[in-house]
Write a protein that binds this ligand. Structure first.
Ligand SMILES: NC(=O)c1ccc[n+]([C@@H]2O[C@H](COP(=O)([O-])OP(=O)(O)OC[C@H]3O[C@@H](n4cnc5c(N)ncnc54)[C@H](OP(=O)(O)O)[C@@H]3O)[C@@H](O)[C@H]2O)c1
Length: 293
């Protein structure tokens, strides 16, 4: 496992385990426990996933069973946009996340999207960070222009920006802007973290001939190659699976290295835009997420 140092000085594992779309709490708890048993030390949940209780239960069980200590784990959750209307509402939502998880503190807490009053919510996040409830605070789905404005205006620079990052949407080059999403994060010292590092169930990278050839050359699977590609370009990955064999497979990425040519071949699959349903820049998506339509 490799670690990246956040702007707080804390070390963040470069691979973690995501639990988006795991609404069954028993399945979520068992998957997270299995992930920790296999060696993952970063777990990524969110208020919106409605499974923080299950993540907390798995973490407590793993600690009680002597698999790891709380200090070795890095648990992330996120503030949902409807809780970002003002400082008091955000502060109450942060405390509610901490209560549901029941693991003392959170290693990282993110604003899930740049919607609603995300500056007021950030003031509540900053207070909770300074109080030690949240060891680091960051953002998610902050596009380059939004992240630039945010970093130029806030007291505490986000430690992390969690965005969609996979070979079909590399975010290595800007569309019309001169700086790409990754350039902006580098400029402000914000660590990039990939959601949907395996494509999120879209695109079917597992059948791509080019990815398969690179995987065969290393005696690895396509999933392992895609995760390794992101880690090698400095991006934290948080693949999700509810299958034990895939949970183990996805973690086994630390014993090989992609060449510069292979890295470029993988990046060449970039479409330059998100093929995900989550189109944060679309007005109708914004109204839908805010519950207005
Ligand atoms: N901040 C945000 O807005 C945001 C948005 C999306 C996701 N996230 C976070 O990022 C995490 C990862 O993203 P994601 O869950 O959307 O997508 P992902 O991890 O890229 O892909 C998960 C999908 O790939 C399958 N899969 C996993 N390992 C596989 C393997 N080795 N071979 C073949 N298929 C495999 C999973 O199926 P099985 O489970 O059936 O194995 C699931 O359908 C989430 O869980 C969440 O924590 C954040």
């Amino acid at each position: 496992m490799q670690y990246v140092t956040l702007n707080t000085g804390a070390k963040m594992p470069m691979e973690g385990f995501g639990v988006f779309r795991v609404p069954d709490l028993k399945q979520c708890e068992d998957s997270v426990y299995e992930a920790i048993r296999v060696g993952y030390r970063l777990i990524d949940t969110a208020t919106a996933y409605k499974n923080e209780e299950a993540v907390g239960a798995a973490v407590r069980r793993a600690i009680a069973d002597g698999i790891c200590t709380r200090e070795e784990l890095f648990v992330t959750s996120k503030l949902w946009v409807t809780d970002m209307s003002d400082e008091a509402t955000a502060a109450a939502a942060i405390d509610a996340s901490l209560r549901r998880l029941d693991i003392g503190y959170l290693d990282l807490y993110l604003e899930h999207q740049a919607l609603n009053d995300y500056f007021a919510a950030w003031r509540a996040m900053t207070d909770a960070y300074r109080a030690g409830k949240l060891r680091a605070i960051g953002v998610s789905n902050f596009y380059p222009n939004i992240l630039t404005n945010f970093c130029e205006c806030v007291d505490v620079i986000p430690a992390v920006n969690q965005v969609e990052l996979h070979p079909y949407y590399t975010q290595e080059t800007g569309l019309m802007a001169e700086e790409s999403a990754l350039d902006v994060m580098r400029r402000y010292g914000v660590v990039p973290e990939a959601w949907a590092p395996l494509g999120g169930g879209r695109y079917n990278p597992f059948e791509d001939e080019d990815f398969k050839a690179i995987a065969v050359a290393h005696g690895k699977t396509v999933g392992q190659v895609l995760l390794r590609w992101n880690v090698q370009r400095g991006v934290v990955v948080i693949p999700k699976s509810t299958h034990a064999e895939r949970i183990a497979e996805n973690f086994d990425i630390w014993d090989f290295e992609l060449s510069a040519d292979e890295m470029a071949r993988i990046s060449a699959h970039d479409m330059g835009y998100s093929g995900s349903r989550a189109k944060h820049f679309e007005p109708s998506f914004v109204r839908m997420v805010l519950g207005k339509e």
